[in-house]
Design a protein around this ligand. Structure first.
Ligand SMILES: [Zn+2]
Length: 102
């Protein structure tokens, strides 16, 4: 099967045995997307075709990997590409410190 990485500008450093890891994670999660939907608080459950790193980086252990559907993998990748820091900045602004606590 062709991988979706070809032509990607943001290639992760993936281990040599990534295809095996990927297959194992999809199997472990029964090909069901593990994304928790904000509107329902439940797992998406759509057919998963992607394996996502829960925390960004080079941690390829099973505990840091989860199956996601194509849609949610794209959502997460988009968020990681700059949206995350913006959201964090907005959260900080939204929580002014109580003057009495300073
Ligand atoms: Zn999903």
């Amino acid at each position: 099967m062709a991988t979706g990485w070809k032509g990607s500008t943001r290639r992760r450093r993936l281990p040599r045995n990534w295809p095996q890891i990927r297959a194992r994670i999809l199997e472990r999660d029964r090909h069901a997307c593990r994304w928790i939907r904000e509107d329902t608080g439940r797992r998406c459950g759509a057919y998963a075709t992607e394996v996502d790193h829960i925390h960004r980086g080079d941690d390829h252990r099973d505990s840091n990997l989860q199956a996601l559907c194509d849609w949610h993998h794209q959502q997460k990748s988009a968020m990681e590409g700059g949206m995350a820091s913006k959201a964090a900045a907005e959260r900080r602004r939204a929580e002014p410190q109580h003057p009495g606590l300073i």
